[in-house]
Every structure is written in structure tokens, then in C-alpha cells.
Design a protein around this ligand. Structure first.
Ligand SMILES: Cc1cc2nc3c(=O)[nH]c(=O)nc-3n(C[C@H](O)[C@H](O)[C@H](O)COP(=O)(O)OP(=O)(O)OC[C@H]3O[C@@H](n4cnc5c(N)ncnc54)[C@H](O)[C@@H]3O)c2cc1C
Ligand code: FES
Length: 255
């Protein structure tokens, strides 16, 4: 983990209320793994005081990108950044997806809403490993969809404005019987409700599945104990989302 004073390069709108912040962060860009995140001090005046966590969306050369929706004070501050600004970035943090595992041939990447965030970096790594790739995205409507930097993309929208009308899990359920995916494994990120439904879908069909969780965090690296995740069993009842996650095998956790 490193802390870098990172020069902002750009902030651009890529979909409705959806922005990509690109910043110069060589040490993080060179070491980040798919599914890891950064914790960003979004304001110089300590308001908001706590850092805000974001998945790394893309990393290339000396630069990193995050993608975010403006939902409150922190993300509004990020949306207003320009190339004159510097942000303090802590990362890379957390346990990544286990994309290096030999135990699958087809990676089924599932992103609900801004759960698309860790998928482009995952795509890059999986493509280099020669894995078959399928991407399933769900969004409220077509204007919120972010389909760039992905492969073999299938989409669903809640209102039917693009792709199948329904959720990403509905789409996966409709695709699975029609596809010949060789030993698939699901790598997902999205709202808790979606991950819960997806987890049940995967466990019922005996498909391995890793999910990346989002939830309130403070320190981001295991000190404050403020991000417990309930475990199904094991010696300790709770894991820390920031350190043991945000990526978990769906069978380990109780959502
Ligand atoms: C590991 C991790 C990775 C994340 N990656 C991304 C990402 O790539 N892109 C992105 O846009 N967001 C991501 N988030 C969520 C992001 O950190 C929050 O949206 C952000 O902290 C909100 O800050 P804010 O000050 O704008 O909003 P706040 O003022 O703190 O909150 C505004 C509203 O958003 C809700 N909220 C805040 N945080 C979350 C959360 N984590 N999940 C659900 N609702 C929340 C609050 O309850 C409140 O209603 C991630 C969170 C974690 C833990
Ligand atoms: S956020 Fe502090 S321990 Fe997880």
C-alpha cells in the first residue's frame, strides 16, 4: 500500500451522472490488481473528513482511473476536480478477484449499475490469460450503461430501453441454458440485493462465484474495524470488508 499525491488529469462524463476521474499515480497503477480499490481524500479542507473508497476502473502506464456516480458531498467534490488539482490517494487496497486461478475456463463478469467499475481491469487480465469472456451488465436505463473497455457484452435495463428488460441476474438466467460456457466462474460487483440474488443463483447451480462488496468504510486497511462482513461459518464470525475483501467467495459470506 502506498500513499500518493496524485495530479488529476481529467474528469469526464461517460454516462448519466457517471464520471471517470483520471489521475497520475505511477506506483498504484503499476501494482494494482483487478478488484482492488483506492481510498481518496476528496477535499483539502477535511470536509468530508473521511476518505472515500473507489474500485480501480482502469490502470495504464502511470495513470489510474476510477468511475463514480455523484451521490453526496464526497463524489460531488471529485466531480468538480480539474487538472489544477491534486488528490491524496491510498492504495491499492483490499483482496482482488482470483483471476489467476486455473479452476475455470470462462469468466462471466457481472456488473450491476456502477458495479461495472472493476470489470475493465478484470477484462484486461483475463484476456491476457486467454480466458473466454462474457460480460453481463444491468442498469436502470440505457443512459446509465457503461459498456466501454469490456468484451462480449450483454445488457439488461430495468425499463427495457436497451437489451433485455429485467436485472443482470434475469439476463444471466436467460443466457445460461443457451450458451456453451466451459467451466464458468462468475466475478461480480453491484448492489447488495443483486449480489444476494446472484449468489443464490450461482450456489443453486454449483457455479463458483466471487463478489465485490460495497459498504461504509473509514480507514480502508483494517485498523478501525468499521467494515464487518458476516461470515457463514469459520473460526471468526466476521471478516473485514476492506482487508479480507472487498472480494469474497459468495459461499463464505452472509449477505
Ligand atoms: C470497496 C469499495 C469500492 C467502491 N467503488 C466504487 C466505485 O467504483 N464507484 C462508485 O461510484 N462508488 C464506489 N463505492 C461507493 C463509494 O465509496 C460511495 O459512493 C462514496 O463513498 C459516497 O461518498 P459521498 O460523500 O459522495 O456520499 P455520502 O454523502 O457519504 O453518501 C451519500 C448517499 O450514498 C450512500 N452511500 C454512501 N456510500 C455507499 C456505499 N458504499 N454503498 C451504497 N450506498 C452508499 C449513503 O448512504 C447516502 O445515502 C465503493 C465503495 C467501496 C466500499
Ligand atoms: S474500513 Fe477500517 S477496518 Fe475496514
Amino acid at each position: 500500500m502506498v500513499q500518493e499525491q496524485s495530479q488529476v488529469i481529467s474528469v469526464s462524463e461517460v454516462a448519466r451522472n457517471t464520471y471517470v476521474l483520471r489521475f497520475h499515480s505511477p506506483r498504484i497503477a503499476r501494482s494494482v490488481l483487478a478488484g482492488q480499490f483506492v481510498n481518496i481524500a476528496v477535499a483539502d479542507d477535511c470536509d468530508p473528513l473521511l476518505r472515500r473508497p473507489f474500485s480501480i476502473y482502469r490502470a495504464h502506464g502511470d495513470t489510474c482511473e476510477i468511475i463514480f456516480n455523484v451521490v453526496g458531498k464526497g463524489t460531488l467534490a471529485l466531480q468538480k476536480k480539474s487538472s489544477r488539482d491534486v488528490v491524496n490517494v491510498l492504495g491499492p487496497l483490499g483482496t482482488p478477484y482470483s483471476l489467476e486461478s486455473e479452476g475455470f475456463m470462462t469468466a462471466v463478469l457481472v456488473g450491476g449499475g456502477l458495479g461495472v467499475a472493476p470489470l475493465p481491469l478484470s477484462t484486461l487480465i483475463l484476456r491476457n490469460k486467454g480466458k473466454e469472456l462474457v460480460t453481463i451488465l444491468g442498469a436502470r436505463s440505457s443512459e446509465y450503461l457503461v459498456e466501454q473497455h469490456l468484451e462480449n457484452v450483454h445488457v439488461s435495463t430495468d425499463d427495457g430501453t436497451k437489451g433485455m428488460k429485467g436485472t443482470a441476474v434475469d439476463l444471466l438466467a436467460s443466457l445460461l441454458p443457451t450458451q456453451r460456457w466451459k467451466s464458468p466462474k462468475i466475478f461480480a460487483c453491484g448492489p447488495t440485493g443483486m449480489l444476494r440474488a446472484l449468489g443464490k443463483f450461482a450456489v443453486d447451480r454449483n457455479i463458483p462465484c466471487e463478489v465485490s462488496l460495497e459498504g461504509p468504510m473509514a480507514c480502508g486497511f483494517g485498523i478501525c474495524q468499521g467494515c464487518p462482513v458476516e461470515l457463514v461459518d469459520g473460526r471468526s464470525r466476521y471478516a473485514l470488508m476492506c482487508k479480507d475483501g472487498p472480494v469474497f467467495d459468495i459461499r463464505r459470506i452472509s449477505l
